[in-house]
Design a protein around this ligand. Sequence first.
Ligand code: AMP
Length: 600
Amino acid sequence: MAILGIDLGTTNSLIGAVDSGFPILLANAEGHRSIPSAIHFPDSGDPVVGEAALRQRALSADRVVTSVKRLMGKRLAEVERDRHPYPLTADNEGYVRVALGNKGSLSPEEISALILKELKASAEAAMGTTMDRAVITVPAYFNDAQRQATKRAGGLAGLTVERIVNEPTAAALAFGLHRSKDHARIAVYDLGGGTFDISILEIHDGVFHVLSTNGDTYLGGDDIDHAISEHLWQAYQSNKFTLAEQDATLQIKFRAEAEAAKIALSEASSQLIRMPFVEADKHFEYTLTRETLDQLARPIVERTKALCLRALHDAKLKLDQLDEVLLVGGSTRMPLVRQFVTDLFQQEANTSQHPDETVAMGAVIQGGILSGTLRNIVLLDVTPLSLGIESFGGLMNVIIPRNTTIPAKAGEMFTNAVPDQTSMLVRVLQGEREMARDNWELGQVEVPFTPGPKGSARIGVQFQIDENGILEVLTRDTKTNTDTVLEVKNAAIDVDDKRVEAMISESVDHAFDDMSERVFTEAKLKSEELLPAVDQALALIGDQLDNTDRQEIQDATEAVKQALANRNATELKQANAELDDATQQLAALLMQKALADASA
Ligand code: AMP
């Protein structure tokens, strides 16, 4: 049976399926292939989705939910600053919910489910059959929680989500690049209404591999509309107040004119804007030229440059190694954007696909591959952010680095830092920051183990990401073979014991390979071992040293303590090394004593 392909977008959503061997997008009853991702919750009656919901915005802004995709899998604290026109609240765990007055509150996935239900119903009407399996696309930068939330939304809408696919990967499929060459490296430049996303992919013998991704969740055509409407407002008023300081109705009017003019200027070189009765009896007319538009938009478009260069760098590619640059997203229709991309990548961008429909079309094709109606294409994706756990000293210990091809499995062995410790707290983190506190916490689990001397515990921690980018964490006390499994919300747990054992033995070999970044913590741990050992040795055989040696050790010990207090990594490493040197004689004496004791 056919599998639906869905682009669940921030501003607009689309749906399609393979019909008689052709991937097609399905129109709703009004004949539109794209519906606004907007939901109106009236005081009484059922919620309304799409164009009709948007029309209610001017009347009851607090009851029209738009851009709900931005809230998916997020905590209230993360989105509070974003100024949504509707009120937000939080559940017990701090995850965001949309407050709907007398209607209580709904989670972002419950609201997204309403959009999905609407899409599903119109697809079923168009195809004349019920359909309950789907592929849904998400931005490449979506983290685990956001992907999970998207999957849950599908479930709530009565859909089995067979695969979550990164949007740029879907776009590359839609461009049909799997057919064009045996081997190609491509960039997907996706500038939509509210977000920007750049991805570098490699296609080899029909296999898609995402080499790197980057983006900005607050960069897109909306910013350009904002710049134009402020410019129009200044032309209208010529006073010191900004449009942002005016009432909502005026802002909406100017925004709508700004966007319409921007769209017209993708074809025309100038556009007359007419706003009769802007305010009471005031009229406004203004001619916006392409040149002025470009001046306003350029600083916004240029913000994509650094993100593109970073993605190329992460993919370890030079500009001239790219075979294709694909344009996706409505804003790439702007001539300025096309020219900018051509200049940046030093090649003509590929504009052969409909920029608003490419991602949905790719989802449909992926659905076709999964249902067996389209063959010979495999898809591999990558982790958009590094995954790891918090280790000693509050550092991020990366277990699966950013841009690892998924599905993936990796692990490390950890031990106890303190004698007689009975458990270890594993905090699962996602992000690129060095310190654990700056990264996203996906969950935590307390792992019990047999108490013993420092360094005696052997705790294997394994991360497994499935083909949807969903994470499962398994920890094992290898002494007792006791497993603890962390379910990152709704994740299916599927543990293969043999591979776990193999992972653990491999990880023993590499347990401390990845410690180089922990310079200070590592040095500090070393000092914390050295200082008490030196004290003990001095108490035991210190009297056998001459005064100079003893003074040297004392000075070196002080230097370590001072460097610890200064929290200076380089100084501490140096001081540790000097203390090591200064205690050579002491160590030799200890060894002699140990040998003498043993033979006595
Ligand atoms: P998307 O998020 O991909 O649907 O893109 C929506 C954005 O594309 C909005 O900011 C639109 O104003 C913009 N857009 C759509 N069509 C055009 C066009 N012909 N020229 C310029 N911008 C456009």
